[in-house]
Ligand binder design. Structure first.
Ligand code: PLP
Length: 195
C-alpha cells in the first residue's frame, strides 16, 4: 500500500475516480495499475495523456495544447533540437559509465564550470534528482561532520531511501539516523494570508 503524501497526493488520480473516465483514458489507467508499482502517482482526477512537447508547450492525445509551467524534467524546453542532436550523436557512438577515459565528459565539465562561481571547481554527475539530493547530503555530512538535515515541509526530494525519508533503516543498521528538522516553506506561510 502506497504511503499517502501531501505533496504527491494532492490533486492525484485515485481508483474511485476511474468510473468517470472516457474509455481510452480508462484503458490506460487500468493498464498502468496493472503494470506499474503502486507508489507511482498519476496527476489529476481526469489524468492528462500527453503525446508531444515542443519548447514550453505540450499536446495531449486529443490535440489540446498546454503551456507547461509545471513539469520539471525538460530544463531547456521540450524536444530542443540541440539536445536531440547531441543525445542522438552520443547514443549512436558510445554509451558507457564514467569509469573509462573520454574527452566529452571533460569538455562538458570545463564548459559547465565556467557558469558557476570560481570556488566550485569540480563536478559529479548523477542520473536523477534523487541521486543528486542524496549525494548533496553525503557531501554536506562529510564536509561538516554533522548529521542534521533541515527539510522543507511539503517538498518532494526523491525516491531513494534517504530522500524519501526512510531513515529508520539507518538506525536499524546501527548507524546514527540523521536528525531531521522540518521547516515551513515561505510560500505556505504567505498563502495563509489572502492575496
Ligand atoms: C524538487 C524535486 N526534487 C527531487 C526530485 C527527484 O528527482 P528524480 O525523479 O529525478 O529522482 C524531483 C522530481 O520530480 C523534484 O521535483
Amino acid at each position: 500500500m502506497a504511503t499517502r503524501s501531501t505533496i504527491m497526493d494532492t490533486n492525484s488520480f485515485r481508483a474511485e475516480h476511474a468510473d468517470a473516465l472516457d474509455a481510452e483514458t480508462r484503458k490506460l489507467t487500468d493498464k498502468r495499475s496493472q503494470l506499474l508499482g503502486e507508489s507511482y502517482r498519476l496527476f489529476y482526477r481526469n489524468p492528462v495523456h500527453l503525446v508531444r512537447g515542443v519548447g514550453q508547450y505540450l499536446w495531449d492525445a486529443a490535440g489540446d495544447k498546454y503551456l507547461d509551467v509545471y513539469n520539471n524534467v525538460a530544463s531547456i524546453g521540450h524536444c530542443h533540437p540541440a539536445v536531440i542532436a547531441a543525445v542522438h550523436e552520443q547514443m549512436s557512438q558510445l554509451n558507457t559509465h564514467t569509469r573509462y577515459l573520454h574527452e566529452r565528459i571533460l569538455d562538458y565539465t570545463a564548459d559547465l564550470l565556467t557558469t558557476v562561481p570560481d570556488d566550485i571547481n569540480k563536478a559529479m554527475y548523477m542520473c536523477t534528482g534523487s541521486e543528486a539530493n542524496d549525494l548533496a547530503i553525503r557531501i554536506a555530512k562529510a564536509y561538516s561532520g554533522g548529521t542534521g538535515i533541515i527539510v522543507s515541509q511539503e517538498a518532494y526530494h526523491g525516491t531513494s531511501e534517504l530522500t524519501s525519508g526512510a531513515h529508520q533503516h539507518w538506525a536499524a543498521a546501527n548507524q546514527s539516523p540523521p536528525s531531521l528538522v522540518w521547516c515551513r516553506p515561505p510560500i505556505a506561510t504567505a498563502l495563509t494570508h489572502p492575496i
